[in-house]
Design a protein around this ligand. Structure first.
Ligand SMILES: *[C@@H]1O[C@H](CO)[C@@H](O)[C@H](O)[C@H]1NC(C)=O
Ligand SMILES: *[C@@H]1O[C@H](CO)[C@@H](O)[C@H](O)[C@H]1NC(C)=O
Ligand SMILES: *[C@@H]1O[C@H](CO)[C@@H](O)[C@H](O)[C@H]1NC(C)=O
Ligand SMILES: *[C@@H]1O[C@H](CO)[C@@H](O)[C@H](O)[C@H]1NC(C)=O
Ligand SMILES: *[C@@H]1O[C@H](CO)[C@@H](O)[C@H](O)[C@H]1NC(C)=O
Ligand SMILES: *[C@@H]1O[C@H](CO)[C@@H](O)[C@H](O)[C@H]1NC(C)=O
Ligand SMILES: *[C@@H]1O[C@H](CO)[C@@H](O)[C@H](O)[C@H]1NC(C)=O
Ligand SMILES: *[C@@H]1O[C@H](CO)[C@@H](O)[C@H](O)[C@H]1NC(C)=O
Length: 449
């Protein structure tokens, strides 16, 4: 008699397994960075477009061409976790290599005749990259302790896959930066030994799984992290910085600051030009950044800082962005959507006046109603720079729960609800068995009197 009930329990468990598997694979769009370099040279790989996730097939194809047919010695530095953000946060300040946790890695990339950095490789499991290399080389990975490497005899006329496991920030005694710095020392040591042994190698630095950077007290500094990725993305610009009377007060960085004066005209990327900042100002409540371009355009960003009693903190808003050309001005409001805590910077992958617009055209722009703005990988800070030349931690416009995730979550919850309701009905039917069982206890119906 317990049979139907336990089978429904099994169904329920199967459902939950499915439910979680669904979410698990849902998160498989996770990515890890992969950095490759070689003592001998690697075939060139076109730098992936920003935001492009390199698939397993693409990496396999690349490795096949890189390894060729001859024997190869591959050093796989496999850190427990790694994300692009680790390079951003711990990569040191732009131009200040002493501060980087990745000094040996950066030196190796620079001295190597060629190197390839994939900021985003599609992560499909912790053993995906070792398995891929094993298949490419036709040998099993050999786990090596860096301390004993110098005593290891390596036969360079055969292929070798040497695996070095590196920890990520789990130790309570060390900061994340120290852990990464120690890992970097290991990389440096291994490379020195390989050089002494005169064995040509190809090295790969990646993570078993993506990490999430815990925000440390050391603030993130955007241009800094780009310095490692700079090896493949050559056009890294310094941020635009305006110095007020008391030191730097406004910073702006964007991959593209594209404008267009009609819905059909081509986009003009102002980020390619260096502007003057005449007319900019800042004080404790207002920041105005005016960028005057030699091509005649004037782009200005007006920020205001206010105290909001609801959240009991100061927030800044990008009140308006104005574009001026030939005496005509178009104003776009960002007040509704572009804001961040005053001590942070604001970052967004796309800030645009078209499509899913964060910037809203002002209806008074009669002679400029066709004008469009499109800023890519945009970061701005107008307050709390505290004499620093780094951005503060960024408040990103993309929330953790995107619309897609919410839709999936709600749909699944609805399905779960319907399922549980159905299950409830089935279980209720089950109690009716007693009517058919002559030997079972008779049903007592309470008398209502
Ligand atoms: C090195 O590997 C090659 C190819 O597998 C083999 O022929 C050779 O004997 C090996 N040498 C040593 C010293 O093991
Ligand atoms: C602004 O200040 C920073 C740091 O004090 C300095 O490096 C930079 O050269 C200054 N820029 C200008 C335009 O004065
Ligand atoms: C940025 O602008 C350049 C032109 O200066 C253009 O080639 C490139 O596609 C733009 N990038 C994005 C992501 O829009
Ligand atoms: C800051 O500048 C704005 C615009 O010039 C001005 O209206 C405001 O009073 C100033 N605030 C302070 C605290 O000086
Ligand atoms: C539109 O622009 C005018 C003049 O620049 C300004 O007074 C007004 O507040 C703006 N409206 C909005 C909604 O931003
Ligand atoms: C728009 O352009 C027309 C013709 O060039 C001019 O007469 C008018 O004053 C302009 N309007 C504004 C608000 O600039
Ligand atoms: C920035 O530095 C200048 C000069 O060194 C100093 O006068 C000013 O108070 C500092 N500002 C802040 C916000 O620390
Ligand atoms: C910017 O980076 C430098 C070098 O690491 C550091 O000394 C300075 O404190 C940083 N400034 C801020 C505001 O975080």
């Amino acid at each position: 008699m317990a049979e139907p009930r336990s089978s429904s329990r099994r169904m329920l468990m199967a459902f939950f397994a499915f439910f979680f598997a669904f979410f698990y694979t849902g998160s498989s769009t996770a990515q890890v960075p992969v950095v490759l370099w070689s003592s001998e040279g690697l075939p060139a790989l076109a730098p992936p477009a920003a935001g492009h996730i390199v698939s397993t097939d693409q990496l396999t194809a690349y490795l096949t061409s890189a390894f060729g047919s001859g024997p190869r010695t591959v050093l796989l530095f496999l850190q427990d976790k790694l994300s692009k953000d680790d390079f951003t946060v711990f990569g040191g300040v732009f131009g200040n290599k002493q501060d980087s946790a990745f000094q040996n890695l950066e030196a190796a990339l620079q001295s190597s005749s060629s190197s390839v950095t994939l900021p985003a490789f599609e992560w499909s499991g912790s053993s995906a990259i070792p398995a891929l290399l094993q298949e490419e080389l036709g040998v099993s990975p050999l786990l090596v302790d860096p301390d004993t490497l110098s005593h290891l005899s390596i036969n360079s006329s055969a292929s070798n896959l040497l695996l070095f496991n590196l920890p990520y920030c789990t130790s309570v005694h060390k900061s994340c930066k120290e852990v990464l710095h120690d890992n970097d020392e290991v990389i440096g040591k291994v490379l020195t030994i390989m050089k002494a042994k005169k064995i040509p190698y190809t090295a790969v630095y990646t993570g078993s799984q993506p990490s999430r950077v815990i925000s440390e007290t050391s603030m993130s500094n955007q241009p800094a992290g780009r310095s490692l990725l700079q090896a493949v993305v050559p056009d890294v610009k310094a941020p635009i910085m305006f110095n007020g009377t008391g030191g730097p007060c406004i910073m702006l960085w964007a991959q593209n600051l594209s404008i267009s004066l009609s819905s059909t005209a081509a986009w003009i990327d102002l980020a390619a030009e260096t502007p003057t900042m005449t007319g900019s100002m800042c004080n404790s409540t207002n920041s105005l950044l005016v960028l005057n371009y030699a091509s005649g355009y004037v782009l200005s960003f007006n920020m205001i800082q206010r105290f909001y009693s609801v959240s009991a903190r100061n927030w800044f808003t990008l009140e308006s962005v104005q574009l001026q050309s030939n005496g005509v001005t178009a104003s776009f409001s960002g007040r509704r959507a572009i804001y961040a805590p005053a001590e942070y910077s604001y970052h967004c992958q796309t800030v645009s006046s078209i499509g899913d617009a964060l910037l809203v055209q002002n209806s008074t722009n009669v002679n400029a109603s066709q004008w469009r703005l499109n800023f890519v990988d945009f970061q701005i800070q107008g307050f709390s720079l505290a004499n620093g030349t780094n951005f503060s931690y960024a408040s990103d416009c993309a929330g953790f729960f995107t619309a897609g995730i919410w839709m999936g979550l709600l749909t699944s919850l609805l399905m779960l609800l319907i399922f549980v309701y159905g299950l409830h009905m089935i279980m209720q039917l089950n109690t009716m068995d007693r009517f058919d069982d002559p030997k079972g206890p008779s049903i007592s119906v309470p008398q209502s009197e």
